[in-house]
Write a protein that binds this ligand. Structure first.
Ligand code: T3D
Length: 269
């Protein structure tokens, strides 16, 4: 097993093992609220994932009691004291870029939600493909409590998962959703004991990392692109991607292994 750590990230633990990269937000005293440094480190970590050809799945988690408390409100209050500061530019250049970078990764993304996910911190978890939650995880659209509107994709992600009425319920009230309700509503895929969370999420990611990565990457692109597009467009886009998937080495290996009645060995190419 090869383990590679990157010590230059101040507020993130980053590691790669067996084809799975792990990004762990690491400001536990602040429930991993995202300050300027964490915005920078998160963007840098996602670039590492994007560029490392050995990485074939990503796990996103947090250190300590929280997954992520969204924007660091201490820094935000200080920034807003500057009359030149524009919230829209800040959102575009930080959170929005991060969400788009996550969604552009050519691999499955698994969130391991270890505690409270609030505001943009919940949006970050919603941007993952699959969500594991620990039994003591909780979720809040905290925005309304501070007079903001949901951002970082929450108004897009939530209706997709739970419909408009439940989305508005959560966004209006900011009420905490516990892990069990999140599971019942389809906001998370799995709820596991806190002590097993990262291990189970990583094992799941490793299973995905051993699959035909290019085909999985195109699958997620097609699924996300299909959202909000017509069936005609979705069918056509699937056909275009299938043309490319069928030209991959993993596809050849998969078919060959099937015909030879053996387990396939996928390389991600
Ligand atoms: O331009 C832009 O960036 C706008 C975009 C905004 C996007 C957003 O995300 S807006 C939403 C921002 N987030 C929130 O409003 C959540 C605020 N936090 C909370 O509601 C609670 O802290 C939690 C529900 C997340 C956790 O509660 P709990 O009881 O587990 O922990 P706590 O005791 O409240 O917090 C622990 C520490 O973390 C505490 O610091 P201290 O007093 O021990 O030094 C607390 O102040 C700090 N903390 C928690 N969240 C934030 C934070 N510090 C700065 N910013 C935070 N968001």
């Amino acid at each position: 097993m090869s383990m590679d750590t990157t010590p230059s990230l101040e507020t993130i633990d980053y590691a790669v093992a067996d084809g799975v990269a792990t990004i762990a937000l690491n400001r536990p005293d602040k429930r991993n609220a995202i300050n300027h440094q964490l915005h920078l480190d998160l963007a840098a970590a996602l670039r590492l994932v994007q560029r490392d050809r050995s990485v074939r799945a990503l796990v996103l988690t947090g250190r300590g009691k929280g997954f992520c408390a969204g924007q660091d409100l201490t820094e935000f209050a200080m920034a807003k004291a500057d009359p030149e500061f524009r919230v829209d530019e800040h959102v575009r250049s930080t959170f929005n870029r991060t969400i788009l970078a996550l969604r552009a990764l050519p691999m499955p993304v698994v969130a391991a939600v270890n505690g409270v996910a609030a505001g943009a911190g919940w949006s970050l978890a919603l941007a993952a493909d699959i969500r594991f939650a620990s039994e003591d995880a909780a979720f809040t659209q905290a925005f309304s409590k501070i007079g903001l509107v949901p951002d970082t994709g929450s108004t897009w992600f939530l209706p997709e998962l739970i419909g408009t009425s439940r989305t508005l319920e959560l966004c209006y009230t900011g009420d905490l959703v516990d892990a069990q309700r999140a599971l019942e509503w389809g906001l998370v895929n799995f709820v596991v004991p806190a002590g097993d969370l990262v291990e189970q999420a990583t094992a799941y990611a490793a299973r995905l990392a051993a699959m035909p990565t290019a085909a999985l990457a195109m699958t997620r692109r097609a699924v996300y692109r299909a959202t909000g597009t017509s069936l005609d467009d979705a069918l056509e886009y699937e056909a275009q991607l299938q043309q490319r998937a069928a030209a991959s080495e993993d596809h050849t290996e998969g078919v060959t292994a099937f015909l030879e009645k053996r387990a396939p060995v996928f390389t991600g190419r």
